[in-house]
Design a protein. Structure first.
Length: 283
């Protein structure tokens, strides 16, 4: 395995901070992720942010096929070169932004659910989570690497300071747990914080489902838009287009005290609130 630093130097490239490029540089760490992910020989993997192939190689050796998504066109040459040198021929390279990729069409073409893996850029993490949630009927599970602080926010419980929109979105549709932790020293260039790899096992059956998931996410977003305010005041405004009086009425209808704050609500309570508003015609 060529190190990311030497590979970048050989191709006269530099990591792009604006794209959140921190390449996993430790072979043992990459192998640990793949081993603990418990992927199977017949699995099809969609890898987000293949980079220089640190994870792509061990994944490809463990599964039937990998769709490796990489936004940076400059990395396609070294990535392809590394795969060829390793004798790997079951990887389909796609030079595209994951947010514009039709994940469902790949699963439908293969007639097989996908396992999603990858090192997720911090600045688009919430967008990727929403995209995967929307595509989850075509996914088996997701194994994603986040900066540790963000991973802790995704796993946060109601009542904690870290609990917010991402925790509600993830908790709504998946069982989330920590797969492993990766120290900052294992990346090139070295980031300021450690990372955690989370596994999201998507729920096959919902205890309480939102009548309209897009609207549910809007309600969650509005609820956390003014964290220091009570829910009736947080919900009032342009996101949902309602006033405080309307918000209070629907909160009471959902069995929620209007003076509570968003960080105290369980996922099920957000669903009840969303369904109450939706039933009254709000979109």
């Amino acid at each position: 395995m060529t190190t990311p630093s030497s590979l970048m130097k050989a191709w006269n490239l530099r990591p792009k901070k604006g794209m959140g490029q921190n390449f996993l540089a430790d072979r043992a760490a990459a192998q640990k992720i793949v081993s603990r992910a418990q992927v199977e020989p017949e699995d099809l993997v969609l890898e987000i942010g293949a980079g220089l192939g640190s994870l792509t190689r061990p994944i490809a050796k463990a599964v039937r096929k990998v769709y490796a998504i990489e936004k940076d066109r400059a990395l396609m040459g070294p990535l392809q070169s590394e795969l060829l040198a390793a004798g790997i021929d079951n990887v389909v390279l796609i030079n595209q932004d994951i947010l514009t990729l039709d994940v469902v069409s790949i699963a439908q073409k293969e007639r097989h659910p996908l396992v999603v893996m990858g090192n997720i850029p911090y600045n688009i993490s919430s967008q990727i989570l929403v995209q995967l949630i929307q595509s989850r009927n075509h996914l088996k599970k997701a194994i994603l690497m986040f900066q540790k602080e963000l991973a802790q926010r995704i796993m946060a419980s109601p009542g904690s300071k870290a609990y917010g929109r991402l925790a509600v979105m993830a908790g709504y549709c998946a069982w989330v747990s920590v797969l492993t932790e990766i120290r900052a020293a294992h990346f090139y260039p070295k980031p300021k914080v450690d990372s955690q790899v989370l596994i999201l096992n998507f729920k096959k059956q919902m205890t309480l489902a939102a009548e309209n998931e897009s609207f549910f996410f809007k309600v969650v977003k509005a609820s956390f838009s003014k964290r220091r305010k009570t829910l009736k005041n947080s919900l009032a405004g342009p996101v949902l287009g309602i006033d405080a009086g309307t918000a209070e009425r629907h909160l009471l209808g959902a069995g929620i005290d209007p003076v509570r704050r968003a960080e105290t609500l369980r996922v099920e309570e957000f669903v009840q609130l969303s369904n109450c508003l939706y039933a009254d015609g709000y979109r």
